[in-house]
Design a protein around this ligand. Sequence first.
Ligand code: GAP
Length: 501
Amino acid sequence: MAERKGEPRLEEKLFEVAKRRGFFYASNEIYGGLTGFYDYGSIGTLVKKNIENLWRRHFLSLGENFFEIEPSDVMPEPVFIASGHIKNFIDPSVRCKKEGIYYRADHIVGNAIKQNVEGKNAEELGNLIKEHKVRCPKCGGELGEVKVLNMMMPVRLGAEEDTLAFLRPETAQGVYVNFLRQFNIQRGRMPMGLAIIGKAFRNEISPRQLLIRQREFTQAELQIFFDPDKINEMEEKKWEEVSKYSINILSVGKGEAAKHTCKDLAEKMGIPKFYVYHMAKMQQFFIGALGLPEEKFRMRELSKEERAFYNKIHFDVEVYLESLGEFKEIGGVHYRTDHDLKGHGEISKKSHEIFFDGKRFIPHVLELSTGIDRTFYAVMELSYREPKEKRDWEWFAFAPGVAPFQFAVYPLVNKDGVPGPAEKAYVQLKERYAVVYDDSGSIGRRYARADEIGIPFSITADYDTLKDDSVTIRDRDTTEQIRVKIKDLEKEASRLLAKGH
Ligand code: GAP
């Protein structure tokens, strides 16, 4: 999608349609917005919930003992002493001495010297700034000292505000503090899965790129508790299912991604089978369930220096986004070992050792983490289509399961008995699908409105309907139309949706 000089950038085009059609916009807009916060509008909320429901269906079906829970977003300070977030959840920041703007020091140094500097500490970044004479990217001003800031958002509770708590910076901790209770409720079996789809809060130094770097965002995370002695094992039937399946991998030290079968990842590259199986399931979610193009997708292995402080093996799920001109992390597969449960055991003084399979141990955790807002943005960008030829409006090629509505129903005119069969078709489909009824404006305008929010099929009742009891179904992607008897509409609807796009 090459941009011509003077044309708005892709990110601007997406934001324009997002605001106009109710996908998302700045939060607290009437007060000028709040940096790093966005609201989802009526259409965006439908799409976001669809993504979340697809995530639920896909990940909770990975095991019989997998459930979703909904803990609170506010958690007391000891939780984050135990998890290591108080000490380690820090970002290096640097201030422009001229304009006073704060930046993520690793971001501006990385961009200035065209090197990946993730994982470098404040001193190392400070030295790089001096060595390469890095200046403020906006005004060219001199940069101050590199400092580290904890990214968590504190809240003070009670009449005297003397109880320190935090808005959770990741949903994962909500699962860990529930582990002991849920292990009993789930009848003491391993592997055991607990998922949360909920908000996470981070005081990002420089929120940017719309939904990509916000201060409040939604995560969908599945924590799988398992016996570490079984990390190289996988149920035969499940392994068979993926062993020949290929994943696009960018390994540490390699310049380009390459496809590897799960069998090779386990046998030749030495990645534990249990981990590899779940990498495959992660890829299948983004490509299979959400319909993201395979060629834009990869999993990047993180080096020891780059990994999150709690991870032993860490692959990021990345998608190429043209609006950003780079691959962007939208999720991750994290082998967190017993880091968290051990920490919570020590600080809460409640042993997190369990007795299972004839031995005592602290379970290890494999975390499948998805950023819902980044996924939403990626789905939007990768489904975005420019106006072209006869279709002089922009549109979204959403997969039917992601689209806000699967069908739109229209009477061609609002008179002469035409609305009757249209209403009949609408009522019939509404029982099973998300359907919108639209009877205002020309039919061309209505097609445009439906395309702009990515509705896959539009159904029109016209004067012929009164004679042959048939309606027209227009396919969003091809704009081709077919004629179907109203009595066969439900069958045809399910056939079209199964065919997908
Ligand atoms: N529990 C593991 C964890 O939180 P993470 O890589 O820090 O790992 C997981 O975050 C996902 O959350 C990321 O892959 C990304 O999609 C999303 N995410 C992280 N920070 C974000 C931010 N500031 N704005 C929007 N999404 C963010």
